[in-house]
Design a protein around this ligand. Structure first.
Ligand code: FAD
Ligand code: GLY
Length: 373
């Protein structure tokens, strides 16, 4: 490893790799330092849904940012594939957000109205209309909100593609390299400390997901991000059960290539525990069978967990540290880090280039002064 770079990115998840790609493409010398393996944490655990309209239901800045990021995927998929040969598995058969009760149906119809007004496409399908498209879903459902533009990708492949593309633009990656401390002086970041010694840089980006508060603590800032565990499983089938993603309260089923379905995910707050529990998996199995009964015949493939980074106000932290220049943070993407990764990489690179002055609602200055040490 060299001893000095333009930018050190800490964290080899999807956000660290996307940022590294953008910066390397713009000619910066970049090193990415990852404690374990690239995509070894949340980014390798994700189902890869691009659920801008399924997951985000308020007309806030995150909804706009998510739609912008989702729109970047078709070009990005081509760009990464041309450059690296990696297919990110972009599929666009839409998502069905399920209503199981009259109350849920009413809520979804209101949501469709609001989303349509804001220029997005969403429509209500009765159970009969849904079953014409997806004959294997349960006839006990009331209906669904159909969102044709919410597709999905292979989250791990996308992370690897970002990393490979960054490497092809000169970035260096160091796996199994933990960053233990930040080198700060005169209100400016100068580099980081590893077990192998210091590494210096003009700028440092912290993209360490749910672990971000630990490194930031040194700056006197308590970053309000907490861990939220999610358990998932995958099953295999040689039958066509569903073509679009089925998303309901507490369970989703995402159809991947070669007859693989991802069933997710539990939501367990305030824990870094990465064990898969029988309770978590059996709950998901029951819910999945209720949505698509034929799933009971599928072969169980794997089960796994990941730790989502949840910020206190639900918005990611994207931008420069309020007290230390050249120290950037990109963390707190919670359930949508895969969806938000293209726009996150672009925004952090634009901030460094001075192309964007600030990150508005995602700025770190919004952290309540009372949580600053
Ligand atoms: P991470 O992927 O957690 O990466 C952070 C990296 O930093 C880790 O690899 C870690 O090892 C490293 N690190 C930590 N500390 C240090 C250190 N001191 N030194 C060096 N490296 C360090 N999002 C979607 O958009 N769509 C989905 O369908 C979706 N499904 C999900 C399903 C599950 C079960 C889970 C758990 C999450 C899901 N998400 C989804 C959310 C998404 O996975 C996360 O928001 C996203 O992966 C966060 O990426 P990240 O790069 O910020 O963090
Ligand atoms: N976005 C899906 C999840 O976090 O489980």
């Amino acid at each position: 490893m060299k001893k000095i770079y333009d930018v050190i990115v800490v964290g080899g998840g999807i956000n660290g790799c996307s940022i590294a790609y953008q910066l390397a493409k713009r000619g910066r010398s970049v090193a990415v330092l990852e404690k374990g393996r690239l995509a070894g944490k949340a980014s390798g655990a994700a189902a890869g849904m691009l659920g801008a309209q399924t997951e985000l239901t308020d007309d806030g800045p995150l909804f706009q940012f998510a739609r912008k990021s989702r729109a970047m995927f078709p070009d990005l998929a081509r760009e990464l594939e041309d450059l690296t040969g990696v297919h990110i598995g972009l599929q666009n058969r839409g998502m069905y957000r399920v209503a199981a009760t009259e109350k849920e149906a009413l809520g979804l119809k209101t949501l469709i109205e609001f989303q349509t007004k804001s220029g997005a496409i969403a429509k209500w399908l009765t159970i009969q209309e849904l079953m014409e498209r997806e004959p294997k879903v349960s006839s006990s459902l009331l209906g669904v909100m159909f969102i044709p533009d919410d597709g999905h990708v292979d989250a791990r492949e996308l992370t690897i593609a970002f990393a490979k593309a960054a490497r092809m633009n000169g970035a260096e990656f160091y796996e199994f390299t933990s960053v233990n401390d930040l080198i700060l002086e005169k209100e400016k970041a100068h580099g980081i400390q590893t077990d192998l010694g210091p590494v210096y840089a003009e700028s440092v980006v912290i993209a360490t997901g749910a672990w971000s508060p630990f490194l930031i603590k040194k700056t006197g800032l308590t970053l309000p991000i907490s861990p939220v565990k999610g358990e998932c499983l995958s099953v295999l089938t040689n039958k066509q059960l569903i073509s679009g993603t089925v998303f309901s309260h507490g369970c989703y089923i995402v159809p991947k290539k070669s007859g693989r379905l991802i069933i997710g995910a539990t939501v367990k707050p305030d824990t870094f525990d990465e064990r898969v529990t029988l309770d978590g998996i059996s709950t998901l199995m029951e819910k999945a069978k209720h949505l698509v009964p034929g799933i009971a015949e599928c072969e169980l493939e794997h089960a796994w967990t990941g730790i989502r980074p949840l910020s206190e106000d639900g918005l990611p932290f994207l931008g420069e540290h309020p007290s230390y220049r050249n120290l950037y943070i990109a963390a707190g993407h919670f359930r949508n880090g895969i969806l938000l990764s293209p726009a996150t990489g672009e925004l952090i690179a634009d901030l460094m280039d001075g192309k964007t002055k600030d990150s508005g609602p995602f700025q770190l200055s919004r952290i309540n002064i009372s949580v600053r040490a």
